[in-house]
Design a protein. Structure first.
Length: 274
């Protein structure tokens, strides 16, 4: 069956390691969109943190954000699907993460990302690499306390995102959170922990969007590189892992393409769509 929907991860897939969109990838995505294929960014980022480079690709309407916790229709300016954490879930996860000295955390709520004042004022010190500082500062709202933000207004987060500067602490916290049956725990980079409601995944979000659009599973293609892409790669009719992908991602995907620095997404688009 012809592919009708192309779901693409952002960092390490659509964007290269320099955090830019190459001309070849931009042109391939535009060709797909011009051919009537729905190009759908499927990202761990919150909506306000989407890369501005995507504006160069005309015709993108639907977005999977926060690892599938939210599916957004930009044309209609409405949420098509959401699967949020309850305040009690988020506070429990934050309490565990806060036990670890090396952890620095953001919380995604209603399409925006909140971080602590300390991290916002010294991003390099708190785990933000130099390439992402500009994006980080432009897309974060600093607050004194993340738990207080949630508790006082009983907010329902889309996702909790933590970077650990100590690998032992990361592994221990990962294991504790994974043991909680109402949480989904994954990551897009090795030293991160990303927590959502247990049913909020890229695969779940992609399935919800496809159902909304009446697109069959075998007409969906997904491309990704991180552990948070596993569920959408498992669900899509055609799944492609980037050459720079985690080994477990490559094992889940049916196909493999070149790395993000070698226009792997563009090559996959040309191979399977044209």
């Amino acid at each position: 069956m012809n592919i009708q929907l192309l779901a693409i991860d952002m960092d390490g897939t659509t964007l290269n390691r320099k955090n830019t969109l190459s001309p070849a990838t931009r042109n391939a995505l535009q060709r797909a969109a011009d051919a009537g294929i729905l190009v759908v960014p499927a990202t761990g980022r919150q909506f306000s943190g989407l890369p501005p480079e995507l504006e160069a690709v005309h015709g993108i309407r639907y977005y999977l954000c926060s690892n599938g916790a939210v599916v957004f229709d930009r044309q209609e300016e409405k949420i098509l699907h959401c699967d949020l954490m309850q305040p009690s879930q988020a506070l429990r996860a934050l309490a565990e993460i806060s036990r670890w000295e090396s952890a620095v955390t953001d919380v995604y709520i209603a399409g925006k990302a909140y971080t602590t004042i300390d991290r916002y004022q010294a991003p390099l010190r708190f785990g933000v690499d130099a390439l992402h500082i500009k994006t980080f500062l432009a897309s974060r709202i600093p607050v004194k306390s993340l738990p207080d933000l949630i508790r006082q207004k009983q907010l329902q987060p889309e996702k909790i995102f933590s970077i650990f500067l100590n690998t032992t602490e990361h592994k221990t916290c990962w294991d504790v959170l994974c043991a909680q049956p109402d949480l989904a725990v994954t990551n897009s980079i090795p030293n991160a922990i990303e927590v959502t409601n247990v049913t909020a995944t890229k695969g779940g979000g992609l399935q919800a969007l496809a159902a909304h659009l009446h697109i069959p599973q075998d007409a969906v293609m997904a491309v990704g590189d991180g552990l948070n892409d596993l569920t959408m790669l498992d669900w899509a009719g055609i799944s492609v892992a980037m050459g720079n992908a985690d080994i477990n991602v490559k094992r889940h995907a049916r196909y493999e393409t070149a790395s993000c620095d070698e226009d792997g997404l563009a090559k996959a688009v040309e191979r399977f769509l044209f």
